[in-house]
Design a protein around this ligand. Structure first.
Ligand SMILES: Cc1cc2nc3c(=O)[nH]c(=O)nc-3n(C[C@H](O)[C@H](O)[C@H](O)COP(=O)(O)OP(=O)(O)OC[C@H]3O[C@@H](n4cnc5c(N)ncnc54)[C@H](O)[C@@H]3O)c2cc1C
Length: 444
């Protein structure tokens, strides 16, 4: 007979992306009794991890999650959350988090960056085409820099594999070079935490103004798990849904996405697809966008390009020669997660202006890097950073506490505005700070 799982704990953490994994590791290493409830599964050692069928299996709605406006959201559902499919880029927390919102996580993020040895890839691994794009940008006066990474090429060798980071490592890292939050889940479990995979939380139960349990389903069967403290880390879409179902109706009103799009141009030389994604970047903080070198994985490319017409789609045959530059917008708060299941993320007029300025800059850079002007096009918009749905200062305080006693949120949903940069190091910083707060104030 299957062993009955003890579903109660001092602290329940819902979700195991960078937010949940960080808090779980810190608290369990501090001797706390922690239970992680994760909707997805651990796919890391499966044959399909890092393949196209794998990505379909562990992305929400098989990668076909769309906003009403047609923006495709890639939302991985698995142990480790979206770091199971991310590009491994790292950026310091934005300065405005402290100056404007009073949340100082610099020390916490720095400690994580030191521990994980975050740094840019060595020069010879940054890719010839990517470096050509960066040099073209620099020649035009834009300050492109090598992108710091949660990536250690030597880890591949330690695992007996060859560093082989290309566009398709966004399907999941097969060579082992990239850090994944699931590794911190492993460390939490080694320190005594328990994890229940396949547990989808629908709501928290509130008794006398404080949380006392979470409710949901495990493989379709309803369950309840009791806890003194609950931390929701189910991501920018999952967390507001749980809060809405629990009666906190302000959750999910408005969201940010760092709305993303790739601009492609064909060159006569090998392109960026077989190079590690995002090795060089440039930020235009004043205008509100970031650029980086990036190409869709080979099989994804035509699915995206076809929506732009036959000519862009046919460039699939020349995928090897496509130069790709990604635009990430600091988008305004708009749309949101609706109780009836809809997700909306319209671009505002200011977002559209940012996008057209960024596109013009990409066009200039691609031409300078050797792309044929007539071949340049922008694929449809995608979203990989759903966030800002349970914002600091509105739904949670600066200690990430909700209006409900002992109910906290720690994930991308607490961003008070779009980060417009890689999110993970900021989320880790928030997680470490929250764990420190909970232990030093004897809350857990
Ligand atoms: C393709 C791609 C590339 C990216 N590249 C980068 C990059 O290079 N650098 C960077 O910093 N960021 C990158 N990001 C973004 C980054 O990975 C996410 O912003 C980050 O992982 C969000 O962390 P989180 O803890 O908020 O949530 P998530 O990582 O989304 O984790 C949430 C977890 O909660 C679980 N969950 C959801 N709902 C429930 C529920 N109801 N019950 C139980 N569990 C639930 C999910 O399965 C998931 O494991 C990328 C994202 C994608 C998709």
């Amino acid at each position: 007979m299957a062993k009955k799982i003890d579903l109660s704990a001092d602290v329940i953490i819902v979700g195991s992306g960078p937010g949940g994994a960080t808090v779980a590791r810190e608290l369990s290493q501090n001797g706390k009794n922690v239970l992680i409830l994760e909707r997805g599964y651990d796919h890391r050692n499966r044959w399909y991890y890092g393949t196209y069928p794998g990505a379909v299996r562990y992305s929400d709605r098989m990668s076909l999650l769309f906003t009403q406006e047609g923006l495709n959201i890639i939302a991985p559902v698995m142990v480790g959350g979206a770091t199971g499919m991310y590009c491994g880029c790292a950026a310091d927390p934005p300065r405005w988090l402290k100056s404007k919102y009073g949340v100082d996580i610099e020390r916490h993020a720095r400690a994580a960056a030191d521990e994980l040895q975050i740094r840019e890839l060595p020069e010879h691994l940054r890719g010839t085409a990517s470096t050509r794009i960066a040099s073209a940008g620099q020649a035009l006066g834009y300050g492109w820099y090598p992108q710091p990474k949660f990536m250690q090429p030597d880890r591949s060798r330690e695992k007996g594999k060859r560093f082989n980071c290309q566009a398709n490592c966004m399907l999941g890292c097969r060579c082992g070079a990239k850090w994944n939050a699931a590794e911190w889940v492993d460390q939490a479990v080694a320190a005594g935490a328990r994890i229940q995979e396949g547990a989808r939380i629908t709501r928290v139960r509130i008794d006398g103004g404080s949380v006392d349990a979470v409710e949901g389903t495990i493989r379709g069967a309803a369950f309840r798990a009791r806890a003194n403290t609950v931390i929701l880390s189910a991501g920018g879409i999952g967390t507001p849904r749980i809060l809405q179902n629990s009666g906190l109706n302000g959750a999910g009103v408005g969201m940010t996405m760092d709305t993303t799009v790739m601009v492609y141009g064909k060159s006569s030389e090998p392109g960026t697809g077989k190079e590690p994604p995002m090795t060089w970047s440039w930020e235009n903080e004043d205008a509100g966008y970031m650029l980086s070198t990036l190409t869709d994985p080979w099989l994804m490319y035509p699915l995206a390009a076809i929506k732009k017409g036959i000519a862009p789609a046919l460039r699939w045959l020349q995928w090897n020669k496509m130069l790709g530059v990604m635009i990430k917008l600091k988008d305004d708060i708009s749309g949101g997660i609706y109780p009836d299941g809809r997700i909306r993320k319209p671009l505002t007029a200011a977002d559209k202006d940012r996008l057209s300025e960024a596109f013009a800059v990409c066009r200039r850079i691609l031409v300078e890097a050797g792309a044929a002007r007539s071949s340049i096009f922008m694929r449809p918009l995608i979203g990989t950073h759903p966030s800002g749905t349970v914002r600091i200062g509105e739904m949670v305080d600066t200690n990430l506490k909700t209006e409900v006693g002992r109910l906290y949120v720690c994930d991308a949903s607490v961003f008070p505005e779009a980060l417009d940069r890689p999110t993970v190091l900021t989320i880790i910083g928030l997680g470490r700070r929250l764990a420190e707060h909970l232990t030093t104030h004897n809350i857990v």
